[in-house]
Design a protein around this ligand. Sequence first.
Ligand code: PEP
Length: 253
Amino acid sequence: MTRRAIVAANWKMNGDSALVNTMVSGLNNVELQDNVNVVICPSAPYLSALVVKAKEDKLNAAISIGAQNVSEHDNGAFTGEISTKMLQELSVEFVIIGHSERRCLYHETSTQAAHKVKAALNAGLTPILCIGESEAERATEQTETVLASQLQPVIDEVGIEKFIDVVIAYEPVWAIGTGKTASSEMAQETHQFIRQFLAKANENVAAKVPLLYGGSVNASNCEELFAQPDIDGGLIGGASLHVEQFKVICSAA
Ligand code: PEP
């Protein structure tokens, strides 16, 4: 089955206007396979500049813009939050939801992630739902239980049929920003579990959902990871801040 592949850049709280410019210029001549989408997710203050620069430079239509977070609420007294409507107005197409840094540092729950996925889908945004286990959870063989507990509330909230418009990023917490990547075998085994878990609810949908791997992906390990049958691209943190490295990763998908 050919699924679309996605390489998403998560700049986290990094980058500046200069990076917006060099990334758009650099990606203008990147070689992408036909079914590959690239998504750049800068910090919120740079979304607008990125949209403008991408338009000015007539950036390849396969390259989209995403946000790193969104509120589950439509509007109101939620200081510091950003609504789906605000993202829509900026022509943002994707949004990362439930990143482990949001879960660990800001205590976001899977229920909250489920509400955010619902809000994003209702607004026509594509959620990149992040799930993943900690080092202790893997060591105690709880990986599958944890992943199931992160997925089930979202399935319950939006319904499995809506997952046709959802992208899932499997990001083992112990591999994020640590330089420790899951081996391609371990990543494939876990992606297969995720697909089988979705398939229990709907086989057809499960076969179509892009599953991205995230966690210290770089220009040297991307090819082997992306060659795995259930890995449909990656969510890239650190390496997405370096234009040449990121281009190699995009071309490997
Ligand atoms: C991430 O932040 O989603 C991520 C995968 O980071 P890194 O690639 O730096 O591990």
